[in-house]
Design a binder for this molecule. Structure first.
Ligand code: SAH
Length: 386
């Protein structure tokens, strides 16, 4: 029996809506999880295997044009193109650092902007993905925390960052063997566990074996320690966990990361002990930003290893990356080395994160939409000329 060709009546004359551009009425398939895509097919009276076919084109091949989906019958392609779309984030700006780091500023449909960073290394490449526009945490040493505008990204906007980068680098799974992007870190703008539902949908899409197929071992989610969602993340996603610790006393962590007043050190560490993947094979990463004369003494290092005793972990030391207006200084190399030695002697790997892309403000804690900076300076200009 012939498959019915879906007909969806747009809610207004299509010419009018298409002209509106961002108010494109067509339903976006980007960011629908597998179940949601199957449900959408069912709504159109299409069988489940159509969802599998679409999934392959969208997430394995990177196709956005229904007409190029040659496994679909032509009338179906045409019908879908009328009522549906597979959107892409628009590139507002692309900057490449002297060290090869690439930073994209993406413009979202509502005009907000986010940043995504690719960090190439000898044998791998890591993409740092944002989960929110701005961030509500206000960590005292972080540039993103100074950005006023905040909203959660949709699942489509999260996975869309990876897909736009695949387009840019010609790096789709169906393409070359030696791919550029070999791992992703949820370490861009925002607190991913404050947007857990959308992050979960996006990461499940990214891990799905019929599409992008990135293994959970190659995905790391970084959090300040939002307790309820930390547990859910372990149970439902079981990706690698990185925890922004940065201080060994609640007194100091309260200042550096105000969220500590809600989720203090002892509670966060308890949740780390319970994280299902905290085995030797899958260690938790503790991130520790090195702030000169604030948290970088050998005594701090001693206290740190006592705190995390018994947790299979490594400690990632991040030299502080300055930004315009920041009040902290980067620890000296000698202080970082001495700190690392103490941690290492206690049996924990203590790699020092090499600052990447500092010249284009792409390093840890430096992300902040240029759009917002621009808006502020424009406001200032206007105030001055008024
Ligand atoms: N909100 C999550 C995800 C951001 S990850 C989190 O906090 O874990 C970004 C990492 O860079 C965090 O460990 C953050 O504390 C750290 N960071 C922020 N500002 C920094 C700066 N100026 N220099 C170095 N690291 C910074």
């Amino acid at each position: 029996m012939a498959e019915p060709t879906p007909r969806l009546a747009p809610t207004a004359p299509s010419s009018q809506l298409l002209a509106a551009g961002q108010n494109d009425y067509r339903i976006d398939l980007l960011g629908l999880g597998r179940d949601a895509l199957i449900a959408e097919m069912a709504r159109l009276s299409l069988p489940r295997f159509r969802a599998d076919q679409l999934w392959h084109w969208i997430y394995h091949r990177g196709v956005t044009d229904f007409n190029a989906m040659t496994t679909l019958a032509k009338p179906l392609r045409m019908a879908l193109a009328e009522t549906h779309q597979i959107s892409r984030l628009a590139v507002s700006r692309r900057q490449e650092s002297d060290d090869g780091t690439i930073k994209w500023l993406f413009r979202l449909a509502d005009g907000n902007e986010i940043e995504t960073v690719f960090i190439p290394e000898d044998d791998r490449g890591t993409l740092c993905i944002s989960s929110q526009v701005g961030c509500t945490l206000n960590c005292h040493f972080c540039h993103t925390g100074t950005q006023r505008l905040v909203r959660n990204l949709t699942a489509g906007e999260i996975v869309g960052q990876l897909m736009a980068v695949f387009d840019d680098l010609n790096d789709w799974p169906s393409g070359r063997d030696d791919r550029y992007v070999t791992s992703i870190v949820m370490m861009g703008m925002g607190e991913p566990l404050y947007n857990y539902d959308n992050v979960r949908t996006a990461l499940k899409i990214i891990m799905d074996e019929a599409g992008i197929a990135l293994s959970r071992r190659r995905i790391t989610l970084s959090t300040t320690g939002i307790l309820p969602q930390m547990q859910a993340c372990g149970d439902e996603l079981a990706v690698n966990l990185a925890v922004s610790l940065h201080a060994v006393t609640d007194e100091l962590r309260d200042i550096l990361l105000p969220i500590n007043r809600k989720y203090p050190i002892a509670d966060v560490l308890q949740a780390c002990r319970e994280y299902p993947r905290a085995t030797n094979a899958r260690r938790i990463t503790f991130e520790y930003v090195m702030l000169k004369d604030v948290n970088d003494s050998p005594a701090d290092a001693e206290a740190l290893v006592k705190l995390i005793a018994g947790i299979p972990a490594k400690v990632n030391l991040i030299p502080f990356n300055p930004w315009p207006g920041s009040v902290y200084e980067t620890s000296s190399d000698a202080a970082i080395e001495a700190f690392a030695r103490v941690v290492m002697r206690a049996g924990y790997a203590s790699p020092v994160r090499k600052p990447r892309g500092r010249d284009i403000l792409a390093a840890c804690g430096q992300l902040k939409s240029a759009s917002e900076r621009l808006r502020r300076s424009q406001r200032q200009d206007q105030a001055e000329t008024a």
